[in-house]
Design a protein. Structure first.
Length: 298
């Protein structure tokens, strides 16, 4: 069993690191939020007060951080990972970032004698709890194989996507599709209700028919239909509007740089922008459902 450092113990980081502990690893975790650290400590993570302490004795290090700028600041600088990790440490970033940030992590890690594998995940907090996440790994084949062993206790699927940044590219495209399908489920749920359908019945129909999607199965935005939906808890975030907005903006930006037209993704981004400007950035991204509601409320 190994000693593994974990930086960022939020919605995803806490259950994911807890699953490494459950698999028998020693996990040394750090988060700037004491509240988040306490949640991870309750799952058996040894929480510490700095990145340097988290890396003591660690042969591998995971990061699960909100935005690209957080990833950059956690890797770089005198208090960062590169300054304190032992030579040869395997570094795996599970955050959703832009391709350029992931490329920078690869290049700068390699230049400093570390191994980096982009390791974004899909499956939400439900997948993190159930250790059924899909991991999308990008890097040299040997490095990806090494990473596979560390991610296994958290994963339902581990997909080697290709060379450096292939994992994060796959993740950005996947999430763009998720937010478009979330809009579809939001609108479908509201129309079903106004047409007099019972939500449980309609959910079963969609699940057995061609309207099904991961968002429909996992995030159906009406209380008491699926246990993993934020709608059951007044849209407290499982995947926050702020993070969804970030992912959607990264996909739209990638479309702009590659010349791909993304009208549906831009519509999703516009709704997420509106939620942020209304002060709902910390709520769940399935709150986009309110845009389909006849009176604009849920
Ligand atoms: P989160 O905001 O709940 O967790 C991030 C954590 O990082 C927070 O606890 C925060 O305090 C901590 N943090 C920020 N700066 C730090 C620093 N300098 N040092 C140490 N800790 C720091 O976010 P999340 O929902 O857990 O998502 C994490 C990443 O995973 C994001 O990039 C997100 O896009 C991605 N992701 C999220 C989901 C989801 O369903 N929530 C699913 C797949 C991928």
């Amino acid at each position: 069993m190994s000693t593994i450092a974990w930086i960022g113990l939020g919605h995803m980081g806490a259950p994911m690191s807890g699953n490494l502990v459950a698999a028998g690893h020693t996990v040394r975790g750090y988060d700037i939020s004491e509240e988040c650290a306490a949640v991870a400590a309750a799952r058996g993570v040894t929480t510490v007060g700095s990145i340097a302490e988290a890396l003591e004795g660690a042969e591998a290090c995971f990061t699960s951080l909100p935005m690209p700028q957080h990833v950059r600041s956690v890797y770089d600088g005198p208090d960062g990972i590169w300054a304190h990790a032992a030579a040869g440490t395997l570094l795996m970033d599970t955050s959703t970032v832009d391709v350029a940030t992931s490329r920078w992590c690869h290049d700068e890690s390699t230049a400093r004698g570390f191994t980096f594998v982009d390791s974004p995940v899909s499956g939400g907090t439900a997948g993190a709890e159930a250790h059924s996440l899909a991991f999308m790994l990008g890097g040299a084949a040997d490095d990806v194989e090494r990473a596979r062993g560390y991610v296994a206790p958290m994963a339902g699927n581990v997909i080697a996507c290709g060379e450096a940044t292939a994992g994060i590219a796959a993740k950005l495209v996947n999430n763009m599709m998720l937010f478009i399908s979330t809009m579809a489920v939001a609108e479908g749920s509201q129309l079903a209700e106004q047409l007099g359908l019972d939500h449980a019945v309609f959910w079963n129909v969609a699940n057995a028919a061609s309207g099904q999607s991961w968002a429909q199965r996992t995030w159906y935005p009406v209380p008491d239909i699926v246990p993993t939906a934020a709608a059951n808890h007044d849209f407290d975030a499982t995947f926050s509007v702020d993070l969804a907005r970030k992912d959607c903006a990264l996909a739209v930006q990638a479309g702009d740089t590659t010349g791909v037209h993304l009208p549906a993704a831009k519509l999703a981004l516009g709704q997420l922008d509106e939620l942020v400007s209304e002060g709902f950035g910390g709520k769940d991204c399935t709150l986009v459902t309110k845009f389909a509601s006849p009176d604009g409320t849920l």
